[in-house]
Design a protein around this ligand. Structure first.
Ligand code: NAD
Length: 360
């Protein structure tokens, strides 16, 4: 039940609005503001039921808290879901987005948003007409534009660090990488991997996207239903969450899992299942932080391009530290990454407490 889910959530706040004109439920989940305002994208999607929509928003928002903390950003975690009905008509989109923008504005900066699945840079422009608490507007409107290529950049560095840890060299020549999902992030990643000498396998339900990359970079196509069981050094999930679960993990034929998709593990135990299978897992909230580092770094923190490049390379260094810590501690890489986030969050707690107390 919705009520039980909200009562038992470990986040700070759930803001709910029902948009009568379109039948859309809007959920803004603010998981944590310990390190700063809650930041996270806005996902627009039709869900089988309302509880699934809320659960998605909660899980994604908690992942944003971890992402910001491990990336050492002065922001918290949040996420918005616009659960549109099956009968949603695209010509209702503009007005819906405007009403949603008013909801974001009403939160007074406690929640700052950006694009996510099925919301675009044009949508961010529209939101930006009614609130300043949005990133990734178009460059013409003064925003940072599409974060996808920067997410891909971070994943690329993460793959190099993972290959280095597993095989003793970061070089990608001769290594095979299967990119599952060649959309905004996956297509850019595939291009970088080919340029670095990797043998790239690609898989997507959108056959025209696959064909374009086969033609342009010479990638090898893999049918969607064969992606999980394909032999490769690195499996890079860049489509949907939940592809790592009790059913799929035993079928994996890779040494490394390192991709951009959010919430790749269907449940927490999957991290231990990967470890038991001797598969090195790059925690999703660590490796996919490149877009966040770019958008909030540039727009909210005024970072230079050099700083952003350095922070993208830093994703590889962070993963290397996580892998070593996991081995030392005899825990999964997910658990080691969560420990880093927890330490930053409890330091944030102490800072917040001392601010509340004022000078002694
Ligand atoms: P996208 O929508 O542009 O691309 C996703 C691709 O996955 C599409 O080409 C789609 O056809 C394909 N796909 C869907 N279902 C599939 C399936 N079952 N098998 C194979 N392919 C399938 O999305 P994106 O922006 O490239 O993001 C990819 C993933 O990375 C998403 O999970 C997203 O949440 C996550 N992510 C993206 C960013 C970003 O900056 N764009 C940042 C962090 C995380």
């Amino acid at each position: 039940m919705l009520e039980d889910r909200i009562r038992s959530w470990d986040g700070e706040e759930v803001v709910v609005r029902f948009d009568h004109l379109t039948g859309t439920w809007m959920f803004v989940c603010i998981h944590s503001r310990k390190l700063g305002p809650a930041c996270g994208g806005t996902r627009m999607k039709t869900y089988p039921d309302l509880e699934g929509a809320l659960a998605d928003a909660m899980k994604l928002s908690a992942a944003m808290t971890l992402k910001m903390a491990v990336a050492d950003m002065p922001f918290g975690g949040g996420k918005a879901v616009l659960a549109i009905p099956l009968a949603f008509a695209e010509d209702q989109r503009t007005e819906l987005i405007k009403r949603y923008a008013d909801m974001v504005e009403s939160l007074g900066g406690n929640f700052q948003t950006g694009p996510d699945i099925n919301t675009s840079i044009a949508d961010m422009d529209l939101i930006g007409e009614r609130t300043r608490h949005v990133v990734c507007r178009s460059r013409e409107r003064g925003g940072s534009g599409d974060p996808g290529p920067y997410t891909a950049r971070g994943v690329f560095h993460g793959i190099c660090a993972s290959v280095n840890h597993a095989f003793g060299s970061p070089k990608l020549q001769g290594r095979s990488v299967l990119v599952q999902g060649v959309g905004d992030v996956g297509s850019r990643l595939a291009e970088q991997l080919v340029a670095a000498g990797a043998r790239v396998l690609i898989s997507d339900v959108a056959t025209e996207r696959v064909q374009r990359l086969v033609d342009s970079i010479g990638a090898t196509p893999i049918p969607p239903e064969e992606a999980i069981g394909s032999d490769c050094d690195v499996y890079s999930p860049c489509a949907l969450g939940g592809t790592l679960n009790a059913g799929t993990i035993p079928q994996l034929r890779c040494r490394i899992v390192a991709g951009s998709a959010n919430n790749q593990l269907a449940e927490p135990d999957d991290a231990d299942r990967l470890r038991a299978a001797n598969i090195l897992y790059a925690p999703d909230f660590v490796i996919n932080a490149g877009g966040v580092l770019y958008a909030w770094g540039l727009e909210a923190l005024g970072w230079s391009r050099e700083t952003i490049d350095a922070r993208h390379r830093g994703i590889g260094d962070t993963l290397a530290n996580i892998y070593s810590a996991a081995e030392r501690g005899g825990v999964s890489t997910e658990a080691a990454a969560i420990r880093i986030a927890a330490a930053r969050l409890s330091a944030g707690d102490r800072a917040a407490t001392s601010i509340q107390r004022g000078p002694l």
